[in-house]
Design a binder for this molecule. Structure first.
Ligand SMILES: C[S@@+](CC[C@H](N)C(=O)[O-])C[C@H]1O[C@@H](n2cnc3c(N)ncnc32)[C@H](O)[C@@H]1O
Length: 251
């Protein structure tokens, strides 16, 4: 290899970068990946616009995800990390069910978390001490806890593969022994499926390389393995927009 001087001058931005330091906020890099880079105004939150901002179907999809995780064995004394929790469409149900302090929600969008706080107040659940964190790097370890269950509903559907690997890699660090990370995705029949897909039911059109994204089960399994996780494809779980379910566990 030789030293840099003997190879000629490296571009200064490369040679001077401090590679041991975080590269700064990822939020900027998330601009235009999906619509969640836009913070709602306080007036919009007053009007309840956070419910539509996370995709609507507030009651149906909120309850669906709660019942599903419960059917996988979630107990009130266990800890759940809701990754990309948004305005707590599912979170409200989990906070009600879990013992105080056992619900952890992380999201890139602080205004949606604020919407979630309002929902908790409205539901009389403020005293259940939900832990809510705005974070743009999926650093669930900032909670200082290990999780029996982790969940990401309608999150990977809005992300490029490298963001998903970041999320899974961070999740792998905080999954308790025997824990599971349940996550949804839009299914594609083949890997590298470049054509758009109309997902039925729901009529959402998904894409290979723009939001909303689709992936094949094989692609999702590969992303899991990059993060040191084993992937079980659960598939159809009665989601009204045809999102499929996966369970990631430590490999
Ligand atoms: C369709 S909403 C779903 C919210 C929630 N899981 C639910 O079922 O209501 C997608 C959520 O993912 C969040 N999100 C998108 N990209 C993210 C990222 N890079 N890090 C953390 N959250 C992200 C969005 O802010 C938004 O709240």
């Amino acid at each position: 290899m030789g030293d840099p001087a003997s190879r000629g001058a490296a571009p200064s931005d490369v040679s001077q970068a401090d590679l041991s330091a975080p590269a700064g906020p990822l939020s900027a890099a998330m601009k235009n990946v999906n619509s969640y880079d836009r913070e709602l105004t306080p007036e919009e939150i007053d009007r309840g616009a956070h419910r539509d901002a996370i995709g609507g179907m507030w009651e149906e999809i909120g309850r669906l995800q709660f019942e599903f995780v419960k059917s996988r064995g979630l107990r009130p004394d266990q800890k759940l990390c809701d990754t990309g929790c948004g305005a707590l469409r599912g979170g409200i149900h989990f906070v009600r069910y879990l013992d105080a302090g056992k619900y952890y929600g992380l999201d890139i969008n602080a205004s949606l978390l604020e919407g979630g706080r309002r929902e908790l107040e409205k539901a009389g659940l403020a005293a259940k001490n939900a832990n809510l964190l705005a974070d743009d790097r999926f650093e669930m370890s900032r909670f200082g806890a290990k999780f029996d269950y982790m969940l990401a509903v309608s999150v990977f559907t809005h992300l490029y593969a490298n963001h998903i690997v970041r999320c899974l890699t961070e999740a792998q660090k905080v999954l308790a022994p025997g824990g599971q990370f349940l996550a949804t995705f839009f299914n594609a029949p083949t890997s590298a499926h470049l054509q758009p897909i109309k997902q039925e039911p729901g009529s959402v059109v998904t894409y290979y390389d723009r939001d909303p994204f689709h992936y094949s089960p094989e692609e999702m399994t590969m992303l899991g393995s990059l993060a040191g996780l084993k992937t079980e494809v659960i598939g159809d779980w009665s989601h009204p927009r045809n999102q499929w379910m996966l369970a990631f566990t430590p490999a």
